[in-house]
Design a binder for this molecule. Structure first.
Ligand code: DGL
Length: 271
């Protein structure tokens, strides 16, 4: 048993898709979330800059004595994988989205044709392809960067009939349809907010894998295996931090976390 909170971070509101799933699966856990809203997006920046931001995000969560860190950001997760300063043996244990999502995609695909949509930095890193091919060497992985999705989500353009988002989605997903993928990884944690539009374009026979939901499931397995689940009668507290305006962030929290999840929001500084 361990009643310390679970730490989760992202550049903005993307990681809330992980928080939502986690709070559903483990309602008694306290969660501390950091959205680095002053510096979003991460996905168009250099490896060095993203690694520096990621170090600060993790240090902030360590300062809250979390028992586990969930890197609910595909971009930060990809950079961590190729950077030796993020040691897998560090305390507390941390996990990114890439491995859990790649495993889920390999289990789901029948044709071995797997699509990955993510930020430019994630696609450039080739992170998902590397893990997928280590599990299934004959898999064909088709990657596509979708740089407009993060600003669209951060600004609330997520309704299924939203014309600008649909326009970009049609454009980005054209290659996935042409390549006949049967499984598509939403490799950036902002993208599950667009899953209705994406599924509509891809068709219901294409399985969508949410990287954030897979990370939440991985956390449940790990905490259960390590006997570190919280033990308390009441629901856990969800404490959200952002690095820019609380007012702007609360609008998104209301939109994306939705009803049924009580949370408090505070502004923090990482530098
Ligand atoms: N949600 C993020 C990801 O999963 C970050 C996107 C960004 O900040 O560009 O990649």
């Amino acid at each position: 048993m361990n009643n310390a909170p679970i730490g989760v971070f992202d550049s903005g509101v993307g990681g809330l898709t992980c928080v939502k799933e986690l709070a559903k699966l483990l309602p008694h856990e306290d969660i501390v979330y950091l959205g680095d809203t002053a510096r979003v997006p991460y996905g168009t920046r250099s490896k060095e800059t993203i690694a520096g931001y990621t170090e600060q995000d993790m240090a902030f969560l360590r300062g809250h004595n979390v028992k586990m860190i969930l890197v609910a950001c595909g971009t930060a997760s990809s950079i961590i994988m190729s950077n030796s300063s993020f040691s897998e043996n560090s305390e507390p244990v941390f996990s990114g989205v890439v491995k859990p999502a790649a495993h889920a995609a390999c289990a789901a695909t029948k044709s071995g044709r797997i699509g990955v949509i993510a930020t430019s930095a994630t696609i450039k890193s080739g992170s998902y392809g590397k893990v997928i091919r280590s599990i299934n060497p004959s898999a064909k992985v088709i990657g596509k960067a979708c740089p407009m999705f993060v600003p669209l989500v951060e600004n609330g353009y997520v309704a299924p009939d939203c014309a600008p988002t649909r326009y970009f989605a049609e454009e980005y997903l054209e290659c996935m349809k042409r390549e006949k993928v049967d499984t598509l990884i939403l490799g950036c944690t902002h993208y599950p907010h667009l899953s209705e539009i994406i599924s509509d374009i891809m068709g219901s026979e294409v399985k969508l894998i949410s990287s954030s939901a897979e990370l939440a499931r991985f956390a449940v397995k790990t905490l259960t295996f390590n006997d570190e689940l919280a033990e308390r009668e009441e629901n856990g507290r969800i404490k959200l931090y952002c690095t820019d305006s609380v007012e702007l962030f609360s609008e998104n929290v209301e939109r994306f976390l939705g009803e049924g999840f009580e949370s408090t929001i505070e502004k923090c500084s990482l530098t």
